[in-house]
Design a protein around this ligand. Structure first.
Ligand code: SPV
Ligand code: MG
Length: 585
């Protein structure tokens, strides 16, 4: 169960106040349990209760202060709202004495209604109150008249007709007798209370049972609520039978958590190791599940731009710098110095700038010379007899996210050559491409002068698109990315629409397809030509991309993300000189 999904704000338009009314209208006792924060609220809901009691006793205790109006109305309503936000069942909030007189009550009702709370409960303790069970403390009740005025104020202030007001009398707690209790409850019912709560500190339910019996005779039609904190052995069904509709198990979640925390902390303090807690704690995964980490992952996929943690990069840097001349013969090309920083260092800085921090490098030629910190390394020891595709295979683990049960994580990988310099904007455009696999292509080639300049230059990776791009100056990119028809070095320059920059973005899905096509070629085509390579082992990136373009059964289109300039390749000594001139020190 992706339980996080069940924890999204309820999709129905029925208010929680209405839900509570509907539940009250159904037969059987309504079971409610106390909570003091979002998490305990979630646990109450998961346990199957009908509603959550935002308990003043629990909330005060969670701040480690007495239940005596020490916390403000604002502090209390904030907790009740926090509980309501993460749960789907109604919250009944304990509002003590309404946090003041009838005028304060008006604001209290407004605040709780706005917070999405289904019902509030107010008691006839004076302000500041004392918890019903504290002995030896100063306890006084308000006059019944004054409290009835608060009930009237509350009913007048509510906007949603389903918002429920529970009036609670503390007459039995204060020792004022059954008659006083009944009289007060009756007056509160007359003032408009939707339910009446009779509280008792008797160890047996006799008092509340006697109250229920007499209440029936008064025939007010107002249902009763009880809180079995001191009397504990009677079941909800028994008290329902006697006339009670709602039962609130007010503070048990808090008290069990104190016991659990004390045990765990005591054991760690004694043994000085975290494992001392193992027998008494839930797994981290259980916490993740309770707080909705799965839901957050779904939301990340739906709402966050690609980038950040989910995008990683793989730099293919197994080749030597020989082609650049003597200056590159002793080091891998990616480590060629450009005014104090190597090409690879410059690449890493640009990738980091777009929040790609997970970077792997495939080394080969003079591998030990590539040793920048914070990178992952893979080796292609056969770099002399193999191509870039084999280098990519060495880092295949980086391309596909580990298979997870929930499979919500969509990973995107950027694969790039170790000898290119590029602007960050290009990376941003490529990693956000709406495709499972997209190559970055430079359309500067479209101009005749560029074509003329490139004419005669060997080993250009050219790209032909499925539909010829719009000719002439000024054009906007179409909303749909162009599809790649052909990629390779043997495309006549006149047929080419763009040049491959040496950077590919692939999602988990795209990567799996690409690797599948290449694996098949390695298994079945050894020793035979593979696209433009003499053998699959010698395949360049362009060869495997072309193979994927042709593999109709793969069911995937290779898309092109277009740029005009913004990059350069360091392949020859002239390139190296141009790059040197272009970069800042
Ligand atoms: C609370 O939970 O704060 C209550 C119920 O008011 S009791 O503590 O039992 O009085
Ligand atoms: Mg209370």
């Amino acid at each position: 169960m992706s339980s996080s999904k069940t924890r999204v704000t309820p999709s129905s338009n029925v208010s929680k106040a209405k839900k509570l009314r509907e539940r009250l209208a159904k037969p059987g006792p309504v079971l409610v349990a106390g909570a003091h924060h979002g998490l305990s609220g979630v646990l109450v809901e998961r346990a199957g209760f009908d509603a959550i009691w935002a308990s003043g006793f629990e909330i005060s205790a969670s701040f480690a202060v007495p239940d005596a109006n020490i916390l403000t109305m604002g502090e209390n309503v904030a907790v009740a709202e926090a509980i309501d936000r993460v749960t789907g069942i109604p919250v009944i909030a304990d509002c003590d004495n309404g946090f003041g007189n009838a005028i304060n009550v008006i604001r209290t009702v407004q605040a709780y209604e706005r917070a999405g709370i289904a019902a509030i409960c107010m008691e006839d303790n004076i302000f500041p109150k004392r918890c019903s069970f504290y002995s030896g403390v100063k306890r006084e009740l308000e006059s019944a008249e004054e409290f009835a005025g608060k009930i009237r104020a509350a009913k007048d202030a509510q906007r949603d007709e389903d918002f429920t007001i529970i009036a609670r009398t503390e007459a039995l707690i204060a020792g004022w007798g059954m008659d006083e209790a009944l009289d007060r409850a009756r007056r509160y019912a007359q003032a408009g209370a939707d339910l009446c709560l009779i509280h008792s500190k008797s160890k047996k339910p006799d008092e509340v049972l006697a109250f229920a019996k007499a209440w029936k005779e008064l025939a007010t039609g107002v249902p009763l609520v009880y809180v079995p904190t001191i009397y504990k052995d009677t079941t909800a069904e028994e008290l329902h039978e006697a006339g009670f509709k709602v039962v609130i198990y007010a503070n048990h979640a808090l008290r069990s958590s104190i016991k659990a925390m004390r045990t765990t902390l005591g054991n760690i303090a004694k043994q000085h190791k975290a494992a001392a807690a193992d027998a008494d704690i839930v797994s981290l995964e259980e916490v993740y599940e309770l707080v909705g980490v799965n839901l957050m992952k779904d939301q990340e996929g739906a709402f966050l731009p690609a980038g950040g943690e989910r995008v990683n990069a793989i730099v293919l840097a197994a080749g030597s710098g020989k082609a650049v001349g003597p200056i590159g013969a002793e080091i891998p090309k990616a480590m060629l110095d450009l005014k104090g920083k190597s090409i690879l260092e410059r690449q890493v800085a640009t990738l980091n700038a777009v929040n790609i921090k997970d970077i792997a490098v495939v080394r080969g030629f003079k591998a030990e010379k590539i040793n920048l910190p914070n990178l992952k390394y893979y080796e292609n020891t056969e770099y002399e007899t193999t191509g870039e595709a084999i280098s990519l295979l060495k880092a295949a683990a980086e391309l596909t996210a580990p298979a997870k049960k929930d499979a919500t994580e969509q990973r995107r990988s950027l694969v790039l050559y170790g000898d290119i310099l590029f602007d960050r904007a290009l990376v941003e455009k490529l990693i956000t491409a709406d495709a499972d696999i997209a190559i970055l292509v430079d359309r500067t080639l479209a101009t005749e002068s560029t074509k003329a300049e490139l004419e005669g230059r060997p080993r250009l990776d050219l790209v032909q698109l499925a539909t010829a791009p719009q000719a002439g100056p000024r054009a906007i990119s179409s909303e749909e990315l162009p599809t790649v028809k052909k990629i390779g070095q043997q495309i006549p320059l006149t047929d080419a629409h763009a040049e491959f920059v040496g950077m590919i973005m692939m999602t988990d899905v795209g990567a799996r397809k690409l690797l599948e096509v290449y694996q098949r070629a390695l298994e079945t085509g050894a020793g035979k030509r593979f696209q433009e390579a003499a053998d699959p082992k010698r395949a360049a990136l362009t060869d495997i991309v072309q193979a994927l373009v042709e593999a109709k059964d793969a069911g995937i289109e290779v898309k092109a993300v277009e740029t005009f300039k913004g990059w350069m390749e360091v392949d020859t000594f002239e390139d190296y000189q141009r790059a040197w001139a272009a970069v800042k020190g």
